[in-house]
Every structure is written in structure tokens, then in C-alpha cells.
Design a protein around this ligand. Sequence first.
Ligand SMILES: [Zn+2]
Length: 188
Amino acid sequence: MICEKCKDEIPNFLDDCPKCSGNDIKFIYQNSNVDTSKTFYLANNIKRLLNFFFDTIVIIIIIRIFGYWLWVIENFLKSFNIPLEILNSIIDTIRLALIILLSSSYYIFLETIFGRTIGKFITQTRVIRQDGANPTIIDIFVRTVLRFIPLEAISFFRSQIGWHDYLSGTIVVFEKKNDNILSNDSKS
Ligand SMILES: [Zn+2]
């Protein structure tokens, strides 16, 4: 299906254009072997921004807690007579590695087991595969690695599906209770 507004191809798992639609976009199951009883809608960019905000806070707290070990390592390294310049670059490298390791572990652990991070728990959203199945650890691993593409977040300015969704074959959705469809019909 081609979008009438932007002329881009609408992904076959969505019922409207993720670039142009202002409404909730319904998820269309591509795989009938999975549980299709739930009605999912694409999480909009406000929910995605909130997820990012809450998860970043949690990750900063985790890094702060593990920062103690960095301090321990730093003091251990200081006991050798390493020149200060080299010592600082070693510590910076360890710090960067620790940040990458902790933040990726956070996403991989929570999204593989629960399909959601703490941010996604708060906004009631979850990660699913574009065919509707639960993501595997490999899907989540790919998704997490893609988050480290520089300026990856900018891809969300163009569409409600970012690169780390598109390229990993996953999307973020929320479940919407459709029990008010009948009551709307009875009113009219
Ligand atoms: Zn469009």
C-alpha cells in the first residue's frame, strides 16, 4: 500500500502511514501462528520519548551504582606508576565500556524476558516482532546494537518507526481495549 500523502510504501504490518498519520495506527498480524487475540497499536513518538526518558534515568542510576567499581579500579591502577595521561585514557576507556555494557545489558535483559523496559512498563508499551511474535534474544540484541548508531534518535523525527525498529524487524506497540467499539455503535 502506498501512502497518498508522502507516496512512501506503508509497511504491510501497519494499517496507516507511520510518517503521516496523526491517529493510532493499528498493527496487522503477518503470522497467524502467533497469538492474534490482542489488538496492538503502534506506540507514538510521545510514548517513545517517555520510554527513552524513563529508561535513561534508570540507566544513569545503574551506572552511578556501578561507578563505585570504576573508582575501585581507578585506585587499583593508581598503585602502579602509570603516567597520568595514560592512566586517564585507560580510565576513560573503562568508563565508556562500562556505560555501553550496562545500558545494552539493561535493554537486552528486560526486553528479552519481559518484552519491555521500565520505561515501557510505565507507558504500557512493549516490543514485538513485525510478524506479531515475541522477539527472540537475537532480535533484541540486534535492536540494542542499532541504538548505538550515532544520531539514531533523529530517525524518529521522520517516522514513528526508528532505525532500531526497522532494521531489527521489531516495533513498539501498546494494547488497546476495543470494548468501546460496541458502545459507540449503540449510541449512533
Ligand atoms: Zn505518508
